[in-house]
Ligand binder design. Sequence first.
Ligand SMILES: [Zn+2]
Length: 417
Amino acid sequence: MKFFLLLLFLGFFSNAWALQPEPVVQLQVRVLPETHAFTCRYTLTVPADDTATTLALHLDRRFRIERVQAPRARQQRVARVYYPFFADTVQCVQVRYAARSHHARRITLTYSGVLTEKFFTEQVMELSGHTGWLPFRPRREYEPVRYALDVRTPPGYQVLSTTAPHQHGPGRWTFRGRTSAIEITALVGPHFAQAQARARPLVGVAKAGPALARADSVLLRQAAGIIGFYNRTIGRQDSIKGFTVFLPGTNRDAFGLLANATVITYSEFNTADRGDLLILAHEISHKWWGYGSVHDENDWLNEAFATYSSLLYLQARGDTAGYRAELAKRAATIAGTPPLLGFDRTKYDYPMYRRVIYNKGTMILAALHARLGTTRFVEVLAATAARQVSTTTAFLDVVAQTAGPDARAWLLAELQR
Ligand SMILES: [Zn+2]
């Protein structure tokens, strides 16, 4: 019995997907919705096999760091540094150790902040993947971590996250899960309207505010349809069992999370329109397409794959004209663009990044689809998703294994064109 319990315990703290041990994050957050303020005690534990002698954490410069604790560290400092990915300055907490260590190391950062108006309304405080409320290791903001999140609120508030609460009592919620470092999510508000699809998988919508609108029920039905399609195709080796569409109403953008959820902040969002339907399908597919680095060409494994997945859904529901029109729109933007392989986003402006990583990547996937046929192509995507492929080289290997060396050579040439 003890052995069984131990296995259950290890089952939570190790994970079947990743080959290496992952960092663990513990978070204690106190929110003050009246003033949109929060305090956070953030502890990062890096695995023992990570033997770097310097650890750095970046944090939004507007937050106030109250304390840095790093046992066994020889030196620590907080400095302002320019972070090119944000094109902005951040606070960098740097901790140095005397020697390589075989112990797992731990840094705790206690800080407080106030959300800017993009991240709250009367109905919600949005602590999410785009809020920038969490520290992260430079260039590793999307690395998967396992986490335990503890949120405290004044009376009369609810907290939602991407998992059901592990525990909750008056003014206190705890959650556990695995997601990328900056995507740990807490939505805090006086009320959330929620609905769930009747059939499995368990797809739900959660909206900040007292009631759902008609468009939200349409959205729920569409999300369930999209997830059903993905579970039969790209996600068939790693299917979605439960999924939440969060509608905080902060009216800014939309993004998908590794943790079986998407956040659609638009206050007007109507999936009866093809454009919004494609956004929803794109964001949901990021559940599988979120392992490529956002800092280099491997971002196409996120964005082009999510875009093409949404087009596959369009095609599967019979909108062939829409599928063709969406491809044609993108094809028109890629003439004269640099090769996808080796694309350095720091050397180009944002529109060129979109043209290469999103559009050219999508056209290459469409061409691969045409070359392999749907059955083989979907097999490639399902294997890529199941293996959490994070580099273009690894993707080329999946293509070689699934469709043969000629397909790999052809794809490599396309990526170099
Ligand atoms: Zn995307």
